[in-house]
Design a protein around this ligand. Structure first.
Ligand SMILES: Cc1ncc(COP(=O)(O)O)c(C=O)c1O
Length: 375
């Protein structure tokens, strides 16, 4: 476990983000995506706060293990937990867990649907179905709606608890991008076909962060935000200013100076002996790939004591080298903030890494303690 490096998670900013979103979606319930350890922020503390302080009643996980952990850590709380991807309802042990721990698998194919419909134990269990309207990942193909309806009717099921689909491209324009308009249109058609044939749908959802940021998703009972709740925008950089919700990044990645020394251009640095690109000082920072600070972060620049520092040489397991100007006053033990709560700070960092904020956040390993604060 790290001692000096840590991820500060400000829960009041989670509340701020939630309230910002709800201002624009007053009629929708939030199904909060907390998979992958709440996008790296800590599944249990984040969900506990979201439920007890914000009143969120539905949570989305990716795997049964995540869902079970949430249920076991917060056994008294009456919220619903959905499992979105590896549901494995073909395993009897898993089916028992769904039944006994009030965890809802999101069904996405006929094989799993038949298993549930054929089991008398699941006769009154809420059915949650996800359709593939163009994402082409998991989901009943949109042109198989009639087969789904026929199967439900044959098995005497006349109610769907939650009907969903998922956008593939909501970081692009919701109104101008053909894939988005097509997916939205197909979902409306699916809903109509199902209800017209006498099957009640209690809840529906389609909107993830990108669509929420574009004020899209109002035709449904629920929205399903993940990233935007944690602060970063999911939109392409050029669209971000127009984002409906100007959220704050709930995390701040903090580290400190293990050591600092002057260096001249060309001096080899660390593993692989990368020549230093300039004169200056090398700051040895207490974050490495063992903390999820990837070797891909070589050459990334970020602000350090008010000037730009650059990660030089290969990132090590336990530390990395940051080149800063010779005249910067910096000494052993000084704190370093890699990104702060302003959206631009994390966005600038992520853009240089050629990856997405989702990945940068999820990557932070358990070695980095998450420190929860309320201001
Ligand atoms: C089915 C589903 N719904 C909602 C989300 C939330 O997406 P985002 O984090 O972009 O809001 C995800 C995340 O991947 C998802 O898989």
């Amino acid at each position: 476990m790290r001692y000096g490096s840590r991820l500060i998670v400000q829960l009041d900013l989670l509340e701020y983000n939630y309230r910002e979103i709800k201002k624009h979606f007053p009629d929708q319930q939030v199904l909060f995506m907390v998979k992958a350890d709440a996008y790296g922020h800590g599944l249990v503390p984040i969900s506990r706060f979201a439920h007890l302080e914000l009143g969120i009643k539905e949570f989305g996980t990716a795997s049964l293990g995540e869902a079970l952990k949430l249920r076991e850590e917060l056994p008294k709380e009456a919220f619903d937990i959905y499992v979105f991807s590896d549901i494995q309802v073909d395993l009897e042990l898993h089916r028992d867990v769904y039944l006994n721990r009030r965890i809802i698998p999101v069904l996405t194919n006929f094989n799993d649907l038949e298993i549930i419909l054929n089991s008398s134990d699941f006769k009154y269990f809420p059915l949650c179905l996800k359709f593939n309207t163009g994402m082409n990942r998991l989901g009943f193909f949109y042109d198989k709606v009639q087969e789904v309806i026929d199967l439900l009717k044959k098995k005497g099921r006349h109610e769907i608890e939650h009907l969903m689909t998922h956008y593939s491209s909501s970081s692009l324009s919701m109104s101008g991008n053909k894939r988005n308009t097509e997916q939205a249109q197909r979902f409306q058609e699916i809903k109509e076909m199902i209800t017209q044939q006498g099957i009640t749908i209690k809840k529906t959802s389609i909107a993830n962060s990108g669509s929420i940021e574009q004020n899209s998703g109002h035709s449904e009972t629920h929205i399903r935000p993940g990233l935007i709740m944690y602060g970063p925008s999911s939109l392409l950089p050029k669209m971000r200013e127009d984002s409906l919700v100007q959220t704050k990044v709930i995390s701040q990645l903090e580290s400190y100076v293990i050591d600092v020394f002057p260096i001249t251009k060309g001096t080899p640095i660390g593993y692989g002996a990368t020549p230093c690109p300039d004169n200056g000082q090398i700051v040895i920072m207490a974050l490495g790939y063992g903390d999820g600070f990837s070797t891909n972060y070589q050459n990334v620049q970020f602000e350090i004591n008010g000037v730009m520092g650059k990660i030089v040489g290969r990132v090590n397991m336990d530390m990395s080298q940051v080149l800063v100007p010779s005249d910067l006053k910096i000494k052993r033990g000084d704190p370093i903030i890699v990104w702060n709560h302003e959206r631009d700070s994390l966005a600038r960092f992520c853009e240089q890494t050629n990856t997405i904020p989702y990945e940068v956040l999820c990557r932070i390993t358990p070695r980095v303690p998450r420190i929860y604060q309320l201001k």
